[in-house]
Design a protein around this ligand. Sequence first.
Ligand SMILES: C[S@@+](CC[C@H](N)C(=O)[O-])C[C@H]1O[C@@H](n2cnc3c(N)ncnc32)[C@H](O)[C@@H]1O
Length: 342
Amino acid sequence: MSYRYLGNKTKLAEWIVDSIATVVSPGAAVADPMCGTAAVALALAKRGYSVHASDSLTFPVIHATVRLLAKEEPEFDAFGGYGRALSILNSLPSVEGYFYREFGASGNPANGRRPRKYFSAENAGRIDAIRRFVASAHERGNISDLEHAVLLQNLLLAVNEVANIAGTYGYFRSEIGSNAKKKLKLVPLDFVNTIGNHVVTKGDIAQVAPNLHVDAVYLDPPYTKRQYAGNYHILETIAREDNPEAMGDGGLRPWQEDASPFCYKRTAGKFLRSIIASLDTSNVFVSYSDDGQIGPEKLKSILSEFGSVSIGEHEYNRYRSNGGAKAGRIYEKLYHLHMEQR
Ligand SMILES: C[S@@+](CC[C@H](N)C(=O)[O-])C[C@H]1O[C@@H](n2cnc3c(N)ncnc32)[C@H](O)[C@@H]1O
């Protein structure tokens, strides 16, 4: 099951944790307040750190909740076990609901636009059926909050496997491709029993940062102009369990409220400076690419306002949603800021 996420650090997570471990020993508390897939949060947890993960969007919070807090397979008593719950969901017949109408190949969008081919008609209807079942089981108290998060995580990951997209959910492919023709299938997740006391919250970093009580903070902000809220609107809708207006040809949910200042050249540097100024911690690590909205010199100068800065570099193969001219090997940087006594 894949995460298909811009800036996903799965392949860099061990290197990032190795770097953090040179200054903060396992057992300490580390925050990952822009956690995305929670790949780094999980890698930290596996090494024995207590992790506070957070994000402004809802689906990364589901990822983090399940990867950090579901330490073993939940009971799913109401269904006779986790495996049984998944087989019930996998056998639900397709229904013609919101996803079928707005995001399915045979849909009929409410705003009169052409059918949006994010999913085959069959898979879109099965997503509707699963969403209804999960929401209703939760509302009735048949599943706990954690079991609810587990099923949403199952659905998010299954949807990524059959989405008819070129990388992000910013738009759909014109013809249903071979992956999208496969039947959507929820498969059992792995649960990792880590020793730390983890915390997962949802919120904008501007509100979360001043309330972090940790030994180190790992910041992985967006570095391009691509807004996560728009590019992953379908995952956000699944996680929020709502049926928002689907706007324009692409059917994006209204996302302006969730726009990130990190995605604009004009605001990225200023915002980062204000976040760091509000942190009460000795060590800040920042992942940032050389071709981001904040240039490398500027970033180093912002960080240097707060203490001493060292930079680690790692060559890697960049994930680009559609291949694209800039795909290929580049250097990812990890800045370590040792904060002056505050
Ligand atoms: C580069 S991704 C993080 C990737 C993550 N480290 C991973 O391995 O998957 C950036 C994340 O920052 C989040 N984000 C952007 N602006 C934010 C803000 N103002 N407050 C909190 N999270 C924000 C996005 O939703 C996105 O999940």
